[in-house]
Design a protein around this ligand. Structure first.
Ligand code: MTE
Length: 317
């Protein structure tokens, strides 16, 4: 999704059960190189396959509210965007496997009456988790259906009491060059950060996720906690959060700083507003072979369209 990125062909891992594709990975990397389709993947260090834990059978056959089946646990945990580690989507899981998620604190501060720093385990006890099945639509044109575990961000915001001056929320990911080799890249301004307008952050759909498929998050998905904003392109859902800051002005974000002509602050999923280099009107659901039409606000218009009443979504892309 940086300026080097181009839409990709379907990969074996998208459509093959994980037991098969994990064994095939080394072969497919070679095949992709011959096809000239995955130079980044081919250049990545060769990593041992990561064992995939089994998932409770209760998820078998589960669907989202539109009737779409869940994306396999293997794909959700094996095909990731996490630039702090690598730009090779299948390389993130093996590279991140030893990432330390304890001890971990998250600071909630800025324009609030009651700033607080939570220990992650204290936070997880304080806000009982619920399960939410959300579609995740990446700006690159692929999507997944994921059963997240977490709690609405508005519960946390309520506890710290935003002041009247707070208009935006800034999400800041961990900065740790020793653990995250991608942070040596000079192409981005680290740490990763994202932002929402306060009312977007307070919308009930906006989740603080601590798990998926009934288990704690694995490092590649943003452990120990991330935000999930399902009506926006996936890059708004920042991983490995260490700080949530309430601010008065629109905060800087990694993608906006790197490529302002390509990535807007709002980044609502919108099939009518193309990315400057490709259309956004369809997507490849991981695990399916045919592309499917992309839905306005990723199918969540009923819950969020009113946030943008009167706004021109072509200008505010
Ligand atoms: N958060 C951080 N800190 N670093 C990243 O590179 N990538 C984003 C988002 N959050 C990213 C991030 C992008 S582009 C997407 S599509 C989603 O995470 C992917 O989430 P997943 O790997 O859990 O599917």
């Amino acid at each position: 999704m940086n300026t080097k990125w181009k839409p990709e062909p379907i990969r074996s891992s998208d459509i093959t059960p994980e037991a098969v594709y994990v064994n095939r990975r080394q072969f497919m990397k070679g095949a992709a190189l011959v096809a000239g389709g995955a130079l980044l993947a081919a250049c990545a260090p060769q990593a041992a396959p990561t064992p995939v834990p089994s998932v409770a059978a209760t998820y078998d056959g589960q669907k989202d509210e539109l009737g779409d089946p869940l994306t396999s646990y293997a794909a959700v945990t094996g095909y990731n965007n996490y630039y702090e580690f690598t730009e090779d989507k299948e390389g993130v899981a093996p590279m991140a496997k030893d990432f330390k998620t304890r001890p971990w604190t998250i600071e909630v501060s800025g324009l609030v009456n009651k700033p607080r720093t939570y220990d992650i385990d204290e936070l997880m006890k304080r806000f009982p988790p619920e399960e939410r099945v959300y579609r995740l639509r990446c700006v690159e044109g692929w999507s997944m259906v994921i059963p997240w575990r977490g709690f609405p961000l508005n519960q946390l915001l309520k506890e710290v009491e935003p002041t009247g001056a707070a208009k935006y929320v800034h999400f800041v990911s961990l900065l740790d060059r020793d653990q995250m080799p991608g942070q040596h890249s000079p192409f981005f301004v680290w740490p990763y950060s994202e932002g929402l307008r306060l009312d977007e952050a307070q919308n009930d759909l906006t989740l603080v996720a601590t798990g998926l498929y009934g288990k704690d998050l694995l490092p590649q998905n943003g452990a120990p906690l991330r935000v999930v904003v399902p009506w926006k392109y996936g890059f708004k859902s920042a991983k490995a959060l260490v700080k949530i800051e309430l601010v008065a002005d629109q905060p800087p974000t990694l993608w906006l700083t790197s490529a302002p002509n390509e990535y807007g602050f709002y980044s609502n999923v919108n099939p009518d507003v193309p990315h400057p280099r490709w259309s956004q009107d369809s997507e490849r659901r991981i695990g399916e072979s045919d592309r499917r039409p992309t839905l306005m606000f990723n199918g969540y218009a009923d819950q969020v369209a009113s946030l943008y009443t009167g706004m021109d979504l072509r200008t505010n892309y």
